[in-house]
Design a protein around this ligand. Sequence first.
Ligand code: CA
Length: 291
Amino acid sequence: MKLFAIDMDGTLLNEEGKISKVNAEAIRQAQQQGIQVTIATGRAAYDAWTKLEEAELITPVIGANGATVHDVHRRQLTSTPMGRGETFEVLSWLHDNDFYYEVMTDRAIYSPQNGHQLLAVEMDRLLSANSDISLDTLLHAAEKQYEQTGHTRIASYEDIPLDVEIYNVLCFSFDQAKLDRGRERYQSFQGLNMVISSDRNFEVEHRDASKGTALRYLANHLSIPMQEAVAIGDSYNDISMLTMAGRGIAMGNAKDDIKAVCSEVTLTNAEDGVAHALLNILKTVEADTVK
Ligand code: CA
């Protein structure tokens, strides 16, 4: 095992959205023993760096679900941006259907000025129709979405600057029927790849962009065979890397569909599942060295 790829939300981050001391320490220990550790997240690279800085960690970053790869020096090794024309077609449909969306680019994450209002309307509808859902749960989900570094509000998607690289479009909704409609539309949309990273979202990106292909690119760059790479994650947007890596580890909090494609399951993100998996691997590596 020479390369360890870690998803962020629901995997490395705990319920407070932080990298715990236990997880950070396990990563440092692995790095000291010569293992390359990389982040592989749906978040923008600059957003992932903020999280890494808080935990005093330095790693390469596979960002935007694989549309970008940055090395430890924050140099961009490669990117797989979406075409502007196809992105605008998607955004126009999302706009017409009152979706809250975020457009991830190399400069900022652009979201519509009325986005919070759109979500508040959906929240109200959901609350009035379901007495068993609490406002706090919904607010927590919305805030988690808004807390990312680099948000810029725009009046119209046409205000996205011409010279930015567009990596992905994330749609978030509290309205299940609306979500299903969007997911169905982009499930097999020409030239685009759709992934789901939480119960309330879907994301579209270039058809060649995925965490799996980005991990293969990074492994190749580091001269490490994919059979010696391990990936760990909790959701559908991790499947590509979990299956392409030599070994896939599912989080204890992952859905059954994700556990089904992995050879092992670790503890949950609230129980420092990453550290648990990583320290187990380090033990095996040490045992092999002794032999
Ligand atoms: Ca995740």
